[in-house]
Design a protein around this ligand. Structure first.
Ligand code: HEM
Length: 356
């Protein structure tokens, strides 16, 4: 399941961020060299923190450092091909007179800014923009979706409550749009497919905002399994923190969303329990201060993609939890893989059944 979700979020960030369809989630699941190289580079760079010999290996070009060099080459090739494709498409559309098409993706906006030499944007800085958005937007949402599905399938009452919310959302939306819901025969793939498509079409940015329980399920997942479990900061100058702690230039300060999300001091005696209800008051979602719920960081450098991440995760989970039931494969151990992102070491092996 984790790999499929990673493919989905990679396709999605490439489409929304860079305006290109890369189709890694197409039915034949094509070999995904970029994703493999990206994962390998992520692991190797993180392991440098605990491998005192990494500089020597890098100098000699051996072991994991040799793999890193190959991975970087694959990542660069992919990234530059995305940039060149987008640039070419922009040029071609601009050749059509009075075309007036506005490019909404992030990469196009940076390419546009690059036309002014004062902005000093070249292909290398565009590559960094692309990679930054892949790093920020792929693993974070994919891993949160994996933990959310794990939480939903191990808490039956949550799965049922969510299903009820999605069923009544579907009914209400069909009434609002004045359309009849198509039949949903779980044994007939064609009919089942048609109904899932119809459900997807009934979703919109505004209407997804009404799915309070789903919003609470995702937020509760991020409280217990924040995609960025710890977030270290380098100290530039000697300073004194608000509580009086003195910190020295060259040192590090880390805030730890994983621990903060589980502190009884913050969340009460049931802090370790998965309870989406804690986010609801009279059925409406109640947000917490970002300084208490720190999964997206707080202050001026808070995550820029928070709303887009919720939107994507809500769309994916709404379809999955409305039409499918999940069960953990017997004996499969769900364990942490502690990298920059809190992912699952052995993936998430599940049995899936359909719901009418
Ligand atoms: C569950 C999903 C996500 C989580 C938990 C998350 C979490 C975070 C966190 C903790 C930071 C602060 C990192 C730091 O200290 O420097 C951050 C920054 C950022 N995130 Fe997200 N993120 C998510 C999804 C996304 C998505 C989908 C995008 C883009 C489409 C995105 C774009 C960004 C950007 C651009 C920054 C840098 C903001 C800045 O430094 O000013 N994030 N995110």
């Amino acid at each position: 399941m984790c790999e499929l979700l990673m493919r989905m979020t990679l396709d999605s960030i490439c489409k929304v961020g860079f305006g290109v369809e890369i189709g890694t989630l197409s039915p034949n699941l094509p070999d995904n060299r970029f994703a493999k190289a990206f994962d390998a580079a992520n692991i190797i760079v993180t392991l440098r923190f605990i491998d005192p010999l990494w500089k020597i290996k890098k100098f000699l070009g051996v072991g994991s450092e040799a793999v890193l060099d190959q991975s970087i080459k694959i990542i660069d090739d992919f990234t530059y091909s995305v940039i060149h494709r987008r640039k070419k498409e922009i040029e071609e559309t601009q050749e059509i007179p009075n075309n007036g098409k506005i490019k909404h993706d992030i990469l196009s906006r940076f390419i546009e800014l690059g036309k002014d030499p004062e902005n000093n944007i070249n292909d290398k800085s565009l590559r960094d923009v692309v990679l930054n958005f892949v790093i920020a937007g792929r693993d974070t949402t994919a891993t949160t979706l994996s933990w959310a599905i794990y939480m939903i399938m191990t808490h039956d009452h949550v799965a049922e409550k969510l299903y009820e919310e999605l069923k009544s959302f579907e009914k209400d939306r069909a009434e609002e749009e004045n359309v009849c819901l198509k039949p949903c025969e779980t044994q007939d793939p064609e009919s089942f497919d048609q109904r899932t498509k119809q459900f997807a079409e009934l979703m919109s940015y505004d209407t997804l905002g009404k799915l309070y329980y789903l919003h609470a399920v995702i937020t509760e997942t991020l409280r217990l399994y924040p995609a960025v479990p710890q977030d270290p900061k380098g100290i530039l100058n000697d300073d004194i923190l608000p509580d009086g702690t003195k910190v020295k230039a060259g040192g590090m300060v880390t805030y730890v969303p994983y621990s903060m999300g589980r502190m009884e001091y913050n969340w009460g005696p049931d802090a370790n329990e998965f309870k989406p209800e804690r986010w609801l008051k009279d059925g409406l979602f109640q947000n917490a201060s970002p300084f208490k719920f720190t999964a997206f960081q707080a202050g001026p450098r808070i995550c820029l993609g928070k709303d887009s991440a919720y939107l994507q995760m809500k769309m994916a989970l709404a379809i999955l939890c409305r039409f499918f039931k999940f069960e953990l494969v017997e004996g499969h151990a769900v364990e942490y893989r502690m990298m920059t992102i809190l992912s699952m070491k052995n993936g998430l092996k599940i049995k899936v059944s359909t719901r009418s």
